[in-house]
Ligand binder design. Structure first.
Ligand code: SF4
Length: 208
């Protein structure tokens, strides 16, 4: 199988419970909740996306077999200890499979995923981050962190607390009114201390 990759680069994980950790980001092309085209946004199931996941034209983008992709991840990582690859998108569960996870793990990588949870995550992952979207059927209800973009109409955060995650995170929506989303998120966490605030620190730091 070959994988359609939008881009792949070395950076710091900017969000969530692993914020600040060195990571190779592997952004797969395509998502099952939006085409990625602006003209389709209003009718999409997910309408607040801030990511370009269309095509394979980003840094190190292209179509790869598992071994070639794992080798590229290794080249990007270099000789440093504790290698980590974060599979994101788009929706990585459309493509990430046990063959690619195996190829990455054989090179010593921990493999993390950032998924919308509408497709069950493949076996063999070291870290699962689910970011549920209102109005969708989330089947992946266990993992390491649940990251809820906030505010989102049509989602009951209390109901999510019954799912099997170690960390529950609220992240301000990077939409038309980020100031208001930040204030709302801070208020939410102050009122609901089982949740922690997650910021998109890579944006604050000017990292990709
Ligand atoms: S599910 Fe994620 S990648 Fe897909 S459109 Fe929504 S925010 Fe973007």
């Amino acid at each position: 199988m070959s994988y359609a990759v939008k881009e792949m680069f070395l950076t710091l994980q900017g969000e969530g419970a692993q914020t600040g950790r060195r990571a190779v980001f592997l952004r797969f092309a395509g998502c099952n909740l939006w085409s990625g085209r602006e003209q389709d946004r209003a009718a999409a199931q997910c309408r607040f996306c801030d990511t370009d996941f269309v095509g394979t034209d980003g840094a190190n983008g292209g179509r790869y077999e598992a071994e070639a992709l794992a080798r590229l991840a290794e080249e990007l990582w270099g000789d440093a200890a504790r290698p980590l690859v974060v599979a994101t998108g788009g929706e990585p569960s459309l493509q990430l499979d046990v063959a690619l996870i195996g190829a990455l793990r054989a090179r010593g990588f921990e493999v993390a995923i950032e998924t919308n949870g509408t497709i069950a995550a493949p076996a063999g992952l070291d870290w699962i981050c689910v970011s549920p979207k209102a109005g969708t059927q989330v089947v992946q209800r266990s993992g390491n962190e649940l990251k809820l973009v906030w505010p989102q109409q049509g989602i009951d955060p209390d109901a999510l607390l019954g799912w099997d995650f170690d960390h529950f995170l609220i992240q301000p929506m990077a939409g038309d009114d980020p100031e208001s989303a930040l204030r709302s998120s801070i208020r939410f966490v102050m009122d609901n201390p089982r949740w922690r605030l997650s910021l998109q620190t890579h944006k604050l730091l000017g990292l990709p």
